[in-house]
Each structure stands twice: as C-alpha cells, then as structure tokens.
Design a protein around this ligand. Sequence first.
Ligand SMILES: Cc1cc2nc3c(=O)[nH]c(=O)nc-3n(C[C@H](O)[C@H](O)[C@H](O)COP(=O)(O)OP(=O)(O)OC[C@H]3O[C@@H](n4cnc5c(N)ncnc54)[C@H](O)[C@@H]3O)c2cc1C
Length: 431
Amino acid sequence: MPGGMQEHQRTLWWQTSTPKPTLPTIAGDRSVDVAVIGAGFTGLTAALHIARSGSSVMVLEAEAIGSGASGFNAGFVVPNFAKADPDTVNRKLGAERGRALLDLVSQGGERVFSTARDNKIDCDAAQTGWLQPAHSDQMAGALKARVASWQALGRPLRYLDAAETASLTGVRGYRGALFDPTGGTIHPLSYAYGLARAALAAGALIKEDAPVMSVERMGDNWVLQTAGGRITARRVLLCTNAGKVGIARRLYRAIVPLSVYQIATAPLPKDVVARFSPQRHPVSDTRSNLFTYRLDRDDRLISGGMSLFPIGAHERMASGIVDRLAEELSLGFVPKVEHVWRGVAAMTTDFLPHLYEFGPGFIGGIGCNGRGVAMTAMLGEVMANAALGTPLSALPVPQAPARAIPFHTFAQAAPSFAIAQARWQDWRARR
Ligand SMILES: Cc1cc2nc3c(=O)[nH]c(=O)nc-3n(C[C@H](O)[C@H](O)[C@H](O)COP(=O)(O)OP(=O)(O)OC[C@H]3O[C@@H](n4cnc5c(N)ncnc54)[C@H](O)[C@@H]3O)c2cc1C
C-alpha cells in the first residue's frame, strides 16, 4: 500500500465512485430553518426530507461528503439489529414502542433500494437478499427462532437448510441460514453522493470543510459556530456518528467507537465467483469473530475484521483477512489485496438506535451498530420529522439520556477485550 495516503484514499469506494456533486460556494453568515451537522447517510437523508417538505436546510460537514463511516463501510444493506431479536426489543421497550421500532427497522432495506431507484442514484444497488449462515447447531436454533419472530411481524424472511446454504455459499459446515430478501449491497460513497445530489436538487445547502465547533441557544434560535461563519437555525440535527471534532463530542460520549478494517481484492475470475457466490448474496455469519464477504460490481471480494493492536494493523489485517477468505471459500489461491482501509463505527451500549435531546429542537441521533446503511435510511427520516416538529415521544426511535456513558474512557477499550473474547469463543467452539 503506498505510504502517505489519507485513509479515505485507500478505500475501494473513493477510487471507484461516481463523480462527487459540485457544491455551490456558501460564504458568510446564514439563517435557515434547520441546520444539519454531518454529511453522512443520516444527515443527507434528513436534509433531503426536510428540503422536500419546503423548509430551508443547510448541511455543515467538517471534511467532505462521506468522510465518516458512510464512505468507509462495506456496503451491506441489512435491515435488522446486530445483536437484538424482536423479542429482546419488545422486552426492552414494551410492546407498543418495540413494535414501532421493529416496523421502522424492517423497512430499512427496501428504503435504501427505493431511494436509490426513485432518485436515480447510480450506486451499484443490488437487492440480492442477505444471508446469515449459522456456524453451530445452537445458532441454527437461534436463527430459526429469529426468522419465526420476524415472519410473525409480516416480514418475508426464510430459514434455509444446510444443503441450500451450502449451494449459496462456498463455506463448508454451515448448519443453515437466515435469508432476508430485502437486503443486498450498494456502493456506499456513490450512494452518499447521490443522496447529496438529490438533497441539493430539492433546495438543501451543503457546506464542506465546515466543522461545527459549538451550538449555543440565543432566544428561540440556535447559533452554530464554524470556521467560515455563524449559522442561525430554529432546529439543529447532530448526525456526526463517531466523529470527535467540536460539537460532535456531545454524541461521541454516548457511543463506543469500534475500529473496523476492510479489504478489497483484485477482481476474481467468473468461474471462481460462480463456485462460492452463484447468486451474489452478501454473507455475514454468526461466529463471534464474524466472517463476512460480498462482491462488488467487478467481482472483487470485500471482507473485514477487527484488530487487537493498531500498530502495523493495515498490513497485518490485509493478510489475515485475505488468508481467511481463501481458506473459508476454498478458493485454491490467495487473491491479491488491492485496498485495505480502516473506519470507525459507532456502537450504542444496547445495540439499538437512539435519539438524544440536547435542548429544545437540538436533536442527535445514532443508528449504526454495524447495520447503519439500512438503519440510517430510516433514522434520517425520523430525525427530519423531529426537526419538522414531531415530538420525540411520538417517534419510533427510543430516546436516550443526553449524557456520557459511565466510564466512557474505559468503554472505548471494551472492543479490544470483545475481540479477544470472540476469538477465544470461536477457538473453543472448533475443539
Ligand atoms: C469499516 C466500517 C464498515 C461498516 N460496514 C457496514 C455495512 O456493511 N453495513 C452497514 O449497514 N453498516 C456498516 N457500517 C456502519 C455504517 O457505515 C454507519 O452506520 C453509517 O455510515 C453512519 O452514517 P452517519 O451518517 O450516521 O455517520 P457518518 O457517515 O460517520 O457521518 C458523520 C459525518 O459527520 C461529520 N462530522 C463529524 N464532526 C463534525 C462536526 N463537528 N461538524 C460538522 N461535521 C462533522 C463527519 O466528518 C462525517 O462526515 C460500517 C462502518 C464502518 C466504519
């Protein structure tokens, strides 16, 4: 990997995206109905809805469109929760609010693909369905129950037996799989650019290189301080995910950041791809040390993992992840790794999306937990509704207290312990 590269330049997405939309120059102070902080999927989706409702909206982005997780992720569109089944959600939130959140999350996959279609976003959108194979009998039982509880909510999920799972993946030994036909894959940066283009066409303003350092109450308004000027707004949406600059720390204190490495190989021969991915499904299995893979439009394999130690991690992760791909998929050769990059994902402590009220009309939102692509398509709309005046109590995303999680400094180290524990659990399961 060439030295001196900025992290975003390492991504497959940066090198293969559609052109970035041209942004008009915006200088000086401004006054708008809604200020949105952060130009990732959440902020751009919110801005699109707000602009289409007829209110004036300005997105302020610290760096560039897609320079957070939205430009670094793997592009899996997965409309569910990483760690919570419908029963867990109902237990935690109660039947009524649980159902509202489950209905919202259920629509995430469909919404990503319909947004891409309706706005003519060229982002390699492929609604192939998503496969979650079970690596053990215990997980096969858990997935069957998960499928049944989503089916009870009217969702079109299916449980596939071991033979069907084997015919759809290249991996030996899976006991069965959950199949969600509404999932699939996108090119995340092209999707973010397309959302921005649609928001601009609807009348939204977007300003890059505009980190918001502070947000202060002044009368009935909020005043946002950026390097290039002051923005006055009736309402403010904080969509900064795992960002740490300036006002983003308000949200950062409520999450656990997770460093995730992704790789993309050189394009693979068609006959090899047909052996392990005849229907081009993205796959994420149930192992604690998660095994994932998907293809891009040029038949590159994309996979990821987490590192215990940051030093030398790009090179180490590249060879570790590609060796695992070659072995699990019985490729018979180790493909060349062309891209390796690191991004930071945001986890909430209960793995559910949340809204945070920092003041009257100043709302933050987090939807990630590794399912952010589908989740943010819904969260962005929910946050737009909050900005347009719907009370938080009437929205389907639960509110969490706007304060730091206890022992946040230590919580940031928790993922390293979780990785070590995951590897230990998988090692024991193999014995
Ligand atoms: C490596 C990786 C792989 C992933 N893979 C998947 C996947 O395959 N499928 C899936 O569903 N999810 C995945 N995720 C999660 C998903 O990418 C995120 O949930 C989603 O992109 C979050 O979008 P967002 O708009 O909320 O945040 P972001 O995209 O992070 O956007 C936040 C923006 O706020 C800006 N910002 C920060 N501070 C300020 C400030 N003070 N002023 C102005 N702007 C500011 C940042 O520059 C950034 O552009 C992955 C995440 C990572 C890191």
